[in-house]
Design a protein around this ligand. Structure first.
Ligand SMILES: [Zn+2]
Length: 343
């Protein structure tokens, strides 16, 4: 692995600009990435809608998806107000003994793939994903740290990760030592299959927090479907107990998750909120406008904007998230200057 000194310089200049810390990449193996994606027939219309929404043809799923996706993402970042985005690897589902259970998941993005993209494009910062029950979890973590990982991303409820399992303490301690923050999905989820609904509870993140890891609760524990349990209040209470606990505002333009915007833009909670879009999850201005979070003019101005990263950024700004929400994450990420170089 290697990275050019020029990319370190470029990355330093980008760090003054807003950051979107929650961006998914997907691949179908077309570029030999090792990625796979399995879309069940009843989820196909949604997948097609997401591709159209980000400006790709529906047919991309069956063709050169990897090249098209990364090119489009770069185009969107470069023509937006953002300096960079964090791109997320996606670990496979594993059982409690650490054996992979690919049949339970719907997509996979290897760490190697996002790390390689990050080395080529300084605007795309790589977040890796490791199931801590894997027998080689610590080795994989070391390898990812050497490769330039800026964050780690997991979905405990979809990937079957009980973060408070004592067996994982050493793993979290090593992350804390290396200053690698953890982004963990919290609250319900309706885009991916759920394996353990009870792991949506932010309280399952207490062990990594106690081990000293900076933990970011994706979606602040908000529910996604009407019947999901609501963990927003639990999230808020935990921010009072743990100074190393944050939340992101990803998917806050959708009706159910966005119900808590008013609390999230108020002191002191606002100091723990980070900006993330959850790209390619669709961004619509209707809900923020109907709820009175943005005015008609702002809604009309951004609703049809073809750059969905910019649309999300502008709507969040209009919803009252202050400038620091968009830059705070730079201080939490493990961004090294100069970037690491290894064999
Ligand atoms: Zn997400």
């Amino acid at each position: 692995m290697s990275s050019s000194p020029e990319s370190a310089v470029v990355r330093e200049s980008l760090a003054a600009k807003p950051l979107d810390m929650h961006v998914h990449v997907v691949g179908n193996g077309s570029g030999n990435s090792g990625c796979w994606v399995r879309v069940s027939p009843w989820r196909r219309p949604m997948a097609g809608l997401m591709l159209r929404h980000i400006g790709l043809p529906r047919t991309a799923l069956k063709s050169d998806l990897e090249r098209l996706y990364v090119e489009r993402l770069l185009e969107l970042v470069r023509s937006s107000s953002l300096g960079a985005v964090v791109i997320l690897a996606q670990e496979q589902v594993h059982d409690d003994q650490g054996h992979p259970r690919p049949e339970l998941g719907s997509f996979y993005v290897p760490n190697e793939y996002v790390l390689a993209i990050g080395r080529t494009h300084p605007e795309l910062l790589p977040a890796v994903s490791i199931h801590p029950a894997r027998p080689d979890a610590l080795e994989e973590l070391e390898w990812c740290l050497a490769g330039g990982a800026v964050m780690m991303k997991i979905l405990p409820n979809c990937q079957n990760i009980n973060c408070s399992d004592r067996r994982f303490a050493r793993f979290w301690e090593r992350m804390a030592e290396a200053h690698l923050p953890l982004l963990a999905h919290t609250g319900g989820e309706h885009t991916l299959p759920i394996v353990r609904a009870d792991y949506s509870d932010p309280r399952t993140l207490i062990l990594p927090l106690e081990c000293g890891v900076t933990v970011i609760a994706a979606h602040c524990g908000t529910k996604s479907g009407l019947t999901d349990p609501e963990y927003f209040e639990v999230f808020v209470e935990m921010t009072q107990r743990f100074p190393n606990f944050y939340g992101d505002n990803s998917a806050f333009t959708v009706p159910i998750r966005g119900r808590h915007v008013a609390e999230c833009v108020r002191e002191p909670l606002v100091q723990r909120i980070l900006h993330g879009s959850d790209f390619p999850v669709p961004v619509f201005g209707h809900f923020p406008w109907l709820r009175g979070f943005v005015d008609w003019k702002t809604f009309r101005q951004w609703e049809k904007h073809p750059n969905v990263l910019e649309r999300d950024f502008q709507l969040k700004k209009a919803m009252g998230f202050p400038a620091e929400t968009f830059t705070r994450c730079w201080k939490l990420l493990r961004v090294q200057t100069p970037l690491p170089s290894s064999n």
